[in-house]
Design a binder for this molecule. Structure first.
Ligand code: 0A1
Ligand code: ZN
Length: 872
């Protein structure tokens, strides 16, 4: 919390620290409200004449300070830490502090999560544990001693290897740990609690046995099996694909219920939001199974990309996050459907990252200015960061990329480095100049690419002309041309890919490097349609004018699943845009457009050659968020009318097909495998259309599915389909669901989210009631995101109600939440930040609420940074 106006730190101001902490011995005497921490740091001077050691420290009670065994008094205590005046070159600093884990609701530093002590130190949480050089470029070895009551906390865990344990008087015990690898403070972790333990082992490529331990809440052991199996898959994959082995003898994962993010890669001791660990057939959806595998892999991959090679400063966050997301996406594509995986990754970019770039929070993947680091764990740094790595991969190929990775580790293992160091390794390993490519790290915004082509039939020459436009963003007015890989394929009139460049190859990656560029190359025959952004080869908006027929040709024939999916969306977007530009957009799509769309969709539905997972995906009407990215202004009523009108038309016109495919896609006893996942998805897409078409007629069908489901995907499929289409059945089943699942926090999160997302006129009073539910607490981030976050992000109808009641209600919740957990509050404020994209009635309503927030006394830096940028 802050009283004075927070100031931004600048990337350009980076300075190495004057001193270095090489080793630290930490001792924890755990107590709910009065935990004592002793930190003995071995320190050396790095800069000759520097004589003030500046340590970070927040919310700490200083008990004593000694240097080389003697009490020391020449220091100043500030809001941000300690300034110790010291002349010695090498010394040992011993600091005793006291902290209050029970009261720590920010979930940064040491806190209690439902009876378990745990820590979260990224990005700057270690300073809430003790005074330290809490910056990622200070790499130290850690010895840790933990003391606590034995009965309540039989497991006392920290990073590295266990070195000792013993019993003490008064029912207490202790355990000590030592981590031989140097690490930054953000990777420190401590956990103390009582758990069920799942154990396994993994033998590495070089034959070492690694002990795997998964700690979950008592009674949940069976729900950890999938996570443990996923961990072993990830370990094997990283050896096969990158030649990277795990380095310690033990790898621990702990699941906790109160966690601000998904999970944390602390060295040898990952701490996970239980949402990304626990699963069984009845309680977890296919999506949950997928996410667990991917987050387990993500944290594991960090051991090399993040832990062994870490960031020099927090502006470089994408160094580890963009790269690790890229690696987890590669892994997921190898484990599950590569096509669906890619489509879903692109959806995140288009729905959320493009929106962020168009918002007041726009920033490059390597930001230049930061007020609150926690605000920069964004879709830009993570997901656009991964797209930037993916472009490198596309340009260098897997072999060149691997050579770059090998060189990166050879040069930088054990160091804290920059994004430039990474790109330099890629460049040097491939003898390529990537200086132009580096602009992706520095420039924010979504490039728009305009393309056109001509075919010279006589000479069989295809000329492709492309230009890029990089419009100013909230944070940067001056923009430069970027290096944009375009992965192309040309189809003939039968949908067959044509050989290009006089050879046999039918696809190629062309890299646009100037504002405007053209290529002329041999093309074996008259092109009928062009795919220019195969596999979404760059995070850009592409404009290429093609007819409905051309798009249909791509939809049904392109070799790449993303291109097929994308052609369908382009076709739809054309109709949507025509309607948005018409006189009465709020009447939805005209009959003629509806019929054309239906005819195309019917072809997809009846095409047996299309992969079932892709088909199910293509049969869905794009989300409101996807449609909202079509234009800079968001017409809420029109987009809702278009979406609902289209769904209704398709549902009723194709009702027999929906019924047929619903019946034909029943799955046998639940298994999490790709074939079943696709079938279930198709089954539930059809059920949704059936309930839209005739809720009364198909209610019984839906209820039967709910009653007989042996898995959560099918259960939730029914509830989602009823949510807006059959209120009576929804309420009946939701009451039953609550009865059945009240003991399971993760399933109850789904229940709260279903409630909050319902489009109904009494939604605000219902949510108010839900806030009083015994299971609701603003101190629980998963619950808060389920109820308040779902309302803010997905209940478009009520959140953006023209009377402003949604904005007002959300603001009231944010004011309360900011006092408890500013990080979560600052995420949920997101939908209000883009107020300028709404109409003349909504804009002042949202702005008024943002000003209300801005005027709160003691507003957190987290919210202050976002709200002040929005109002600027
Ligand atoms: N490094 C983690 C994400 C993470 C970041 C911040 C946290 O607390 C403020 C927690 C987790 C990852 O990428 O998985
Ligand atoms: Zn990460």
């Amino acid at each position: 919390m802050t009283h004075s106006v927070p100031v931004a730190k600048k990337r350009a101001d980076y300075q190495p620290a004057d001193f270095e902490i090489e080793h630290v011995k930490l001792a924890f005497y755990l107590d709910e409200t009065r935990t004592k921490v002793r930190a003995i740091s071995t320190i050396s001077r790095r800069v000759k004449h520097a004589n003030t050691l500046v340590l970070d420290g927040v919310d700490l009670t200083l008990l004593s300070l000694n240097i080389d065994g003697e009490p020391y008094h020449d220091y100043l205590q500030t809001d941000a830490g300690l300034q110790i005046n010291i002349d010695a070159d090498n010394f040992e600093l011993c600091i005793d502090t006291q902290i209050n884990p029970e009261q720590n609701s920010s979930l940064e530093g040491l806190y209690k999560s439902a009876g378990t002590y745990c820590t979260q130190c990224e990005a700057e949480g270690f300073r809430k544990i003790t005074y330290f050089l809490d910056r990622p470029d200070n790499l130290a070895t850690y010895d840790v001693y933990i003391e606590a009551e034995q009965a309540a906390f039989p497991y006392l865990l920290s990073n590295g290897n266990p070195t000792g344990q013993g019993e003490l008087e008064n029912g207490k015990h202790w355990v000590s740990w030592s981590d031989p690898y140097k690490k930054p403070s953000y990777l420190f972790a401590l956990v103390a609690g009582d758990f069920d333990l799942l154990e396994d082992s993994f033998s590495t490529l070089s034959g070492r046995e690694v002990k795997l331990q998964l700690f979950v809440d008592k009674g949940n052991a069976a729900k950890g099996e999938h996570a443990l199996a996923s961990l072993k898959k990830a370990m094997a994959w990283d050896e096969q694909v990158y030649g990277l082995e795990y380095d310690l003898d033990i790898y621990m994962v702990v699941a906790v219920d109160f966690f601000n993010m998904g999970a944390m890669e602390n060295k040898g001791l990952n701490v996970f939001n239980s949402k990304f660990v626990l699963a069984d057939d009845l309680s977890a959806t296919d999506e949950d199974y997928f996410n667990i595998e991917s987050v387990i892999a993500h944290e594991y991959f960090h051991n090399w990309t993040g832990n062994r090679v870490t960031c020099r400063d927090w502006f470089q966050l994408s160094l580890k996050e963009g790269l690790t997301v890229f690696r987890d996406q590669q892994f997921s594509s190898d484990m599950a459907s590569a096509a669906i995986n890619r489509i879903n990754n692109v959806k995140v970019i288009r729905e959320h990252q493009f929106a962020e770039d168009a918002s007041p929070m726009s920033h490059p993947i390597r930001p230049d200015e930061v007020m609150e680091m926690n605000n920069f764990y964004t879709v830009t740094v993570y997901n656009k960061g991964a797209e930037v790595i993916s472009m490198l991969h596309k340009m260098l190929g897997q072999t060149g990329f691997r050579a770059g990775m090998d060189l990166y580790f050879e040069r930088h293992d054990g160091q804290a480095v920059t994004c430039d160091d990474f790109v330099n390794a890629m460049a040097d390993a491939n003898q390529k100049n990537l200086n132009l490519f580096k602009r992706w790290y520095a420039q924010s915004g979504t490039p728009e690419v305009f393309a056109d082509y001509l075919f010279d039939e006589q000479n069989q020459i295809l000329t492709l002309s492309v230009k890029q436009v990089n419009a100013p963003t909230a944070d940067q007015s001056y923009k430069q041309a970027l290096s944009i890989p375009l992965d192309i394929e040309v189809l003939d009139s039968t949908g067959t890919p044509l050989p290009l460049f006089s050879g046999q190859q039918t696809s190629a990656v062309l890299t646009l490097e100037q504002q405007q560029q053209s290529w002329s190359f041999h093309c074996a025959n008259q092109p009928a349609a062009l795919c220019l952004l195969r596999d979404f080869s760059a995070p850009v908006k592409l404009h290429l004018s093609q007819t409905d027929e051309q798009l249909k040709l791509i939809m049904l024939n392109a070799s790449d699943a993303f291109s097929r999916f994308d052609a369908w969306h382009q076709l739809l977007n054309r109709y949507i845009n025509q309607t948005l530009e018409s006189e009465h957009p709020q009447q939805g799509l005209p009959q003629k457009a509806l019929c054309s769309i239906k005819n195309v969709l019917a072809e997809v539905l009846n095409d047996d050659k299309i992969d079932l997972a892709l088909k199910a995906e293509m049969l869905c009407v794009p989300s409101f968020e996807t449609m909202a990215q079509l234009n800079s202004q968001i017409d809420v009523e029109a987009l809702l009318a278009i979406k609902q009108g289209l769904e209704h038309f398709l549902a009723t016109e194709l009702v027999e097909s929906w019924f047929y495919h619903y019946q034909n896609n029943q799955t046998a006893a639940y298994e999490y495998n790709q074939q079943q996942v696709a079938k279930r998805r198709m089954h539930n897409v059809c059920l949704n259309y059936l309930l839209i078409a005739d809720a009364a007629k198909y209610a019984e069908q839906a209820k039967q599915q709910y009653l007989s489901a042996d898995n959560m995907s099918d259960t939730l499929g029914v509830l989602k389909a009823c949510q807006d289409n059959h209120v009576a059945l929804f309420d009946e089943l939701m009451a039953d669901f609550e009865q059945r699942w009240q003991h399971d926090a993760l399933v109850m999160d789904k229940w709260f989210a279903l409630q909050a997302g319902a489009f109904r006129s009494d939604i605000l009073s219902r949510i108010e009631l839900l806030k009083e539910h015994s299971g609701f607490s603003l101190r629980n981030p998963n619950r808060t995101r389920a109820l308040i976050g779902t309302f803010a992000f997905y209940n478009t109808q009520a959140m953006h109600h023209i009377d402003g009641s949604g904005y007002k209600w959300l603001t009231e919740q944010l004011i309360l939440l900011d006092k408890i957990n500013p990080q979560v509050a600052a995420r949920i404020v997101t939908p209000m930040l883009q107020f300028k994209r709404y109409d003349a009635i909504r804009q002042p309503l949202i702005k008024h609420q943002l000003m209300r927030l801005a005027n709160q006394p003691d507003l957190s830096t987290d919210l202050y940074e976002k709200v002040s940028k929005a109002l600027n």
